[in-house]
Design a protein around this ligand. Structure first.
Ligand SMILES: Nc1ncnc2c1ncn2[C@@H]1O[C@H](COP(=O)(O)OP(=O)(O)OP(=O)(O)O)[C@@H](O)[C@H]1O
Ligand SMILES: [Mg+2]
Length: 711
C-alpha cells in the first residue's frame, strides 16, 4: 500500500510533502481540500490541477459499488485511506448530514449495451463518467458511486458549503450542457436524466450512506425527461430564485411514503445579485441601520461633489450587508443617480473579470444567438457612442468577454502583461467616464469571492476614485483581507448584530402581527443572536411547522419551545462553518453536547484526545471565531458564538454517539460535584436522558464554571 508521501512523489508533487504533513493532510482528508486550501498550501495553479486530477484518478481506480440506492456501501480503498488519528476514526463511524444528492442516468444505455462492442461501450462510459465527474468536482461535490450508466454524487460531503442544492443544480446543468457538445462514436450525443433531492443522510467514509433522500433522488431521475433535471420540493425551496423552474406538480413516487412536488430546472435565473435571487418572495420592512445609511448618504454627498469615496461594509453571512445596499440603491436611484452593479460568485473565484463580464452582459442584453459582429456593435455603441471612450479601448473589453475582434480591429502586438495593463486601464477609464456623465454609485457585492484580476481592477480604481464623482460601496465577509482601509477616502464599517427589539420587529412582521407564545419568541431570539437571516429563517420554519396553530389574533405552539430545529435553509451554511477546520469540528461536537457553554475542565475530562491535541483544537476553535473564551485554561470557559452553530454541531452527531457523550458527561459531573444529584437533579437528568429531557439552565455557579449552561 502506498503512503501519502509516495503518492505525492508519483504525482510529481513531492515538493509539497512538508506543507501537507505540517497541516496534517493525508488520504483521510485530502479529498476534502478545496482549491482555496491548496492555494493556501502553496500549490501553483498547475499543481493544484495536477493534484485534483491525480486524486480523481486514484478514486477512479477503486472498484465500482453495487447500486442499492437506499444503502450504498462505499468502495474498498485501493490504497491506504485510513485516517491517521483517533478523532478521524471516530468520525468514520458516521455523521448525520444534510446532503443534496444528485442521481444521473444515461438515456438508452441498455439498448446501447446490446448494440455495441463491450470495448467501445467501456470507452463510451469512460467519457460519460469523466464529463459528469468534472462538473461534479467543479462544484465541489463528491462522486459517491459509479456503476454502469448510473452516477450518484453528494453535495455536502465530505465538506459542506453554503448552498449545496444550488451547487448540485449547477453541476447538473453543466453535465447536460457538456454532454450536448460531446460526440461519442456509435452514439452521437449522449443524453441523461438527472434527479436531485436534499435531506438527511447518515454517511461515513468507510461504511455506507443511508437515507431516503438517495432513494428520492433516484425516483426523481426516473420522472425526468431525457436531457432534463428534476428536483424535489426542498431543493426548489433551498435553491430558490437562483434558477427558473417548471412546476411538475405533485408526484407519486414508488417507494416514497409521501407524495412530493417536483420541479424541472429550466435555467439559471437572470437575478442581478445573490440578494435578489434569495429575496424574490419579498422583504420585510427594514429595521435599524440608520447610522450606516446616514454614513453612506454623507459619503454620497462628498462623491457627488467630485470627491470620490469608498465604503467597505463587512459582516458575517446574513447580517444584512446586501440589505443596506438595496436600501441605498432605492434611495439613490430615486434621486437620479447612476448605479453600477457587480456581483462576485463563489463558483467563479478564479475566472478573470467574472463580475465585470456579467455586468456587461446584463447591460448589453446579449442574446444567445447574437453573432460576434452584433456583440461588437453593441459594445461600441455603449463604450464609444454613449460614454465617449476611444474605439481603441473596445478591443480590450471585447477580449475579456471572449468576443473575437481581430477581424474588425486587426492584430495588436502587445506582450500579455501590456495587454493586461491596458485592459485594466480601459476598465477604470470607462468607469470614470460613466461617473463623469452622471454621478454614480458602484455596488460591489461579495468581494471575498472576487477573482485576483478583478481585485487588481479594484486596486487601481480605489487609487483613482478620489477625483471622480463616484461612491464605491463594497461588501465582504470578515475573512476577506481588505488592504484599502488605510486610504483617507476609504471608510470601513463592520455591521453589528440587531438589537432584541429589532429582531422582534422582524419576527412580528413575519408572523403577520399575530402574537407568538412568549417562550417561543424568547427561544427564537436566543437562537438567532441578532442575525437577521437567522431570525427570518427560524421564524419562517416555525410558522410552517405543523406544531403551530392559528387562533384568531395569536398562534398556539403545541411543541416544546426548546425543540425548535434548525431550518433546512441554514443547515449547509452552519455545517460549512464547522467543516472548515476538522479538529475544530470534533471539539465543537463534544462541546455542543454540554450546551452553549462548557468549561475546559469538563471537556478535558470527556474528550479522549491527548492534552496537546485538545489544547490545539480549542485554540483553533477560538481562532475560527465559532466560540469565545473567558479565562485561561485550566479555568477557561468556552461559549459558542451562535446557538445555531452549537445546534448544528450537536445535530451532526449520530444519536448513538450523543448518548455516549451524555453518559460520559453525567459521569464526569457526578465525580467532580458529588452533591449535584440533590442540588440540581435536572442537570444530571438532562445528560442521563439526553435530548429527551430538553434544555436545562443551571443555577449552580460552580457547576456553570465546570460546564453545562444550556441557555
Ligand atoms: N436591517 C434589516 N431589516 C430587516 N431585514 C433585514 C435587515 N438586514 C437584513 N435583513 C434580511 O436578512 C436577510 C439576510 O440579509 P442580507 O442578505 O443582506 O445578508 P448579507 O450580510 O448580505 O449576507 P451574505 O454574506 O450571505 O451576503 C435578508 O432577507 C434581508 O432582507
Ligand atoms: Mg449579501
Amino acid at each position: 500500500m502506498k503512503s501519502f508521501e509516495e503518492w505525492l512523489r508519483e504525482s510529481g508533487l513531492e515538493r509539497y510533502a512538508a506543507a501537507f504533513s505540517e497541516n496534517d493532510i493525508d488520504f483521510s482528508n485530502a479529498r476534502a481540500l478545496s482549491e482555496a486550501d491548496l492555494r493556501e498550501l502553496g500549490l501553483t495553479l498547475g499543481h493544484r490541477k495536477n493534484f485534483m486530477v491525480a486524486l480523481a484518478a486514484l478514486e477512479a481506480s477503486t472498484p465500482a459499488r453495487p447500486a442499492n440506492p437506499a444503502a450504498i456501501p462505499s468502495p474498498a480503498p485501493a490504497v491506504n485511506l485510513r485516517p491517521s488519528t483517533d478523532a478521524a476514526r471516530l468520525r468514520e463511524a458516521g455523521e448525520r448530514r444534510q446532503l443534496s444528492v444528485l442521481f444521473c442516468d444515461m438515456v438508452g444505455f441498455t439498448e446501447l449495451a446490446s448494440r455495441v462492442d463491450p470495448e467501445i461501450l467501456r470507452d463510451i462510459i469512460r467519457s460519460y463518467e469523466d464529463t459528469c465527474a468534472a462538473s461534479i468536482t467543479r462544484y465541489e461535490g463528491y462522486v459517491f458511486q459509479r456503476q454502469g450508466d448510473g452516477i450518484v454524487a453528494f453535495f455536502g460531503y465530505p465538506l459542506a458549503h453554503e448552498g449545496e442544492a444550488e451547487r448540485a443544480i449547477r453541476a447538473a446543468l453543466e453535465i447536460v450542457a457538456s454532454l450536448s457538445t460531446l460526440v461519442v462514436s456509435e452514439v452521437g450525443h449522449l443524453q441523461v436524466r438527472i434527479g436531485i433531492a436534499t435531506g438527511l443522510v447518515v454517511v461515513s467514509s468507510a461504511e455506507s450512506a443511508v437515507g431516503e433522500t438517495i432513494n428520492l433522488a433516484s425516483r426523481l431521475q426516473n420522472v425526468a425527461q431525457p436531457g432534463s433535471i428534476v428536483v424535489s420540493e426542498r431543493v426548489h425551496r433551498l435553491a430558490g430564485g437562483a434558477f427558473d423552474y417548471e412546476d411538475l406538480g405533485e408526484q407519486t413516487l414508488k417507494g416514497i411514503a409521501r407524495g412530493t412536488h417536483a420541479y424541472r430546472i429550466l435555467s439559471v435565473s437572470q437575478a442581478a445579485s445573490r440578494f435578489e435571487a434569495a429575496t424574490q418572495d419579498g422583504l420585510t420592512p427594514m429595521v435599524g441601520r440608520e447610522q450606516e445609511i446616514a454614513l453612506l448618504m454623507e459619503r454620497w454627498q462628498l462623491a457627488q461633489g467630485g470627491e470620490g469615496q469608498v465604503v467597505l461594509l463587512s459582516g458575517e453571512p446574513g447580517i444584512g450587508k446586501s440589505r443596506i445596499l438595496s436600501a441605498l440603491r432605492e434611495r439613490l436611484e430615486a434621486t437620479g443617480a447612476g448605479t453600477l452593479r457587480f456581483q462576485c460568485s463563489p463558483y467563479y473565484t478564479n475566472s478573470a473579470f467574472w463580475p465585470t463580464i456579467q455586468n456587461f452582459e446584463r447591460e448589453l442584453n446579449f442574446a444567445r444567438d447574437d453573432s460576434p459582429e452584433a456583440k461588437l456593435d453593441k459594445l461600441e455603441a455603449l463604450i464609444v457612442t454613449h460614454y465617449g471612450r476611444p474605439l481603441s479601448d473596445v478591443r480590450f473589453i471585447a477580449s475579456i468577454m471572449s468576443i473575437p475582434c481581430e477581424a474588425r480591429y486587426g492584430a495588436l502586438p502587445l506582450t500579455p502583461q501590456k495587454h493586461k495593463d491596458e485592459t485594466l486601464r480601459s476598465l477604470v477609464d470607462l468607469t470614470e467616464a460613466v461617473a463623469r456623465r452622471q454621478p454614480s454609485v458602484m455596488l460591489f457585492e461579495d468581494a471575498h469571492w472576487a477573482d485576483p484580476t478583478t481585485l487588481e481592477v479594484l486596486d487601481l480604481l480605489i487609487d483613482r476614485v478620489g477625483g471622480m464623482p463616484l461612491l464605491i460601496v463594497l461588501t465582504h465577509r470578515p475573512e476577506f483581507p481588505s488592504h484599502w482601509s488605510e486610504q483617507g477616502h476609504v471608510s470601513a464599517v463592520n455591521l453589528s448584530k440587531l438589537t432584541r427589539a429589532q429582531s422582534t420587529a422582524i419576527l412580528s412582521r413575519l408572523a403577520g402581527g399575530k402574537a407568538l407564545p412568549a417562550a417561543l419568541v424568547e427561544q427564537i431570539l436566543a437562537k438567532t443572536d441578532g442575525v437577521p437571516l437567522f431570525v427570518e429563517e427560524l421564524t419562517k420554519s416555525i410558522l410552517e411547522s405543523r406544531e403551530l396553530r392559528e387562533m384568531g389574533d395569536r398562534y398556539d405552539y403545541r411543541g416544546a419551545a426548546h425543540t425548535v430545529s434548525i431550518p433546512a435553509t441554514l443547515r449547509d451554511s452552519l455545517m460549512a462553518r464547522l467543516d472548515r477546520f476538522t479538529p475544530v469540528k470534533e471539539i465543537a461536537q463534544i462541546g455542543a453536547a454540554f450546551g452553549r457553554e462548557f468549561s475546559y475542565e469538563l471537556i478535558s475530562a470527556v474528550a479522549t484526545m491527548g492534552k496537546v491535541q485538545l489544547d490545539d483544537a480549542l485554540a483553533r476553535l477560538i481562532a475560527s471565531g465559532l466560540a469565545f473564551r473567558r479565562g485561561t485554561p485550566p479555568d477557561a470557559v468556552y461559549t459558542f458564538k451562535h446557538a445555531l452553530v452549537q445546534d448544528a454541531a450537536y445535530d451532526s452527531l449520530l444519536k448513538s454517539r450523543r448518548q455516549e457523550l451524555h453518559a460520559n458527561i453525567a459521569r464526569v459531573i457526578e465525580e467532580r460535584l458529588p452533591n449535584i444529584r440533590t442540588i440540581e437533579p435536572e442537570v444530571l437528568a438532562h445528560h442521563e436522558l439526553g435530548p429527551l429531557f430538553g434544555q436545562v439552565k443551571t443555577r449552580n455557579r460552580s457547576l456553570r464554571r465546570l460546564g453545562p449552561d444550556h441557555g
